[in-house]
Design a protein around this ligand. Structure first.
Ligand SMILES: Cc1cc2nc3c(=O)[nH]c(=O)nc-3n(C[C@H](O)[C@H](O)[C@H](O)COP(=O)(O)O)c2cc1C
Length: 305
């Protein structure tokens, strides 16, 4: 029987539910599982005020390190497999997770170990996973599997429902909008991936794990979101510098910049995503091969040179 460490951070508990579902078949098979929460010393609010949410952006995007509590001694006991559960914030791993990945604890836990990453998000995680891949490579961990649970509602619908959830704590359906976040069915279905992992452990063969996970639906990427995310990364790089140049965290210069960002970002997404949807249809025809290669790239675990 194997010893498996599940490391995670979650605000609403969504990611923990996903990981608990994933772990069920592994627990059932008799493996020893230890859940370890990543805990920032200074907690982020949940629900957020809209100002707090957008004001957090530059430091999240810059991966600015915040203090993370030391993990328990059990977490550094040397595990056969590490499952890292995280969520993207602003196309980047959430700040508690990116900070944790910069700690000595993370090096101790992850170095030379097989790792499976699991995320629960709206639908834009490609860049965040690239950054996690980079860090895992630095510590010599081998990424053997990735599972991405997304909100399957249309892009603009999920933007509204998730922002409402983040700002009120309420994820229930309202008006004609569905519930926010990863659906209960998808959370429940995560067990299937747990069974696939369990089988790979039994066979002591992780070589085809990602293909098997993909066949079961662990990664579903829409080509138009590849384009949207690419543009988002570029825009965020400019905006993060613009906001940070406003001065210290509580300065008026910064506040003004955060407010501009707060109103322009959702407006830009609303205007750009239907436009990009059309562009992506055209590009799918013109640059079909390239875009499909991109999608395939994001469905595997090595890092581009
Ligand atoms: C500050 C912030 C930024 C976020 N940015 C993204 C993002 O870039 N892409 C995405 O798909 N989801 C994004 N989300 C949604 C989260 O990835 C996640 O689904 C949600 O916060 C629930 O996760 P939890 O398990 O921590 O409660 C963001 C959430 C927060 C709080």
């Amino acid at each position: 029987m194997k010893r498996i460490l599940i490391l995670y951070y979650t605000q609403s508990g969504q990611l923990l539910s996903i990981l608990q579902s994933l772990a069920k078949p592994l627990i059932h098979a008799g493996h020893t599982i230890h859940f370890e929460e990543i805990e920032p010393e200074e907690k982020f609010p949940f629900p957020w005020t809209s100002y707090e949410f957008f004001n957090a952006f530059p430091e999240v995007f810059f991966h600015k390190r915040q203090k993370i509590r030391s993990v328990s001694t059990r977490a550094t006991n040397g595990y056969d497999l590490i499952i890292l559960g995280y969520q993207p914030w602003f196309l980047t791993p959430s700040r508690p997770v990116s900070s944790f990945l910069q700690t000595e604890d993370s090096r101790k836990i992850l170095a030379n170990r097989p790792v499976i990453t699991v995320l629960g998000c709206r639908n834009m995680w490609l860049g965040a996973q690239e950054k996690v891949k980079g860090r895992l490579k630095e510590v010599g961990a081998s990424l053997i599997g990735h599972i991405a649970l997304i909100d399957r509602s249309p892009n603009l619908t999920s933007l509204i429902t998730i922002l409402r959830w983040m700002f009120t704590g309420n994820r229930k359906p309202f008006w004609f909008f569905p519930a926010a976040g990863v659906s209960e069915t998808d959370v429940e279905n995560t067990q299937v991936y747990g069974e696939i992992i369990n089988k790979a452990i039994d066979e002591a063969d992780f070589s085809n794990l990602q293909t098997k996970l993909n066949d079961a639906g662990a990664i579903d990427i829409k080509p138009n979101l590849v384009l949207l995310e690419r543009r988002g990364q570029k825009a965020f790089s400019v905006w993060s510098k613009f906001i940070a140049s406003g001065g210290s965290l509580h300065s008026t210069g910064r506040k003004i910049r955060v407010y501009i960002f707060m109103y322009l970002l959702p407006a830009a997404i609303f205007i750009l995503s239907p436009l990009l949807w059309i562009v992506s249809r055209i590009l799918l025809l013109v640059k079909r091969k390239e875009l499909i290669q991109d999608v395939e790239y994001f469905k595997q675990n090595s890092l581009r040179n």
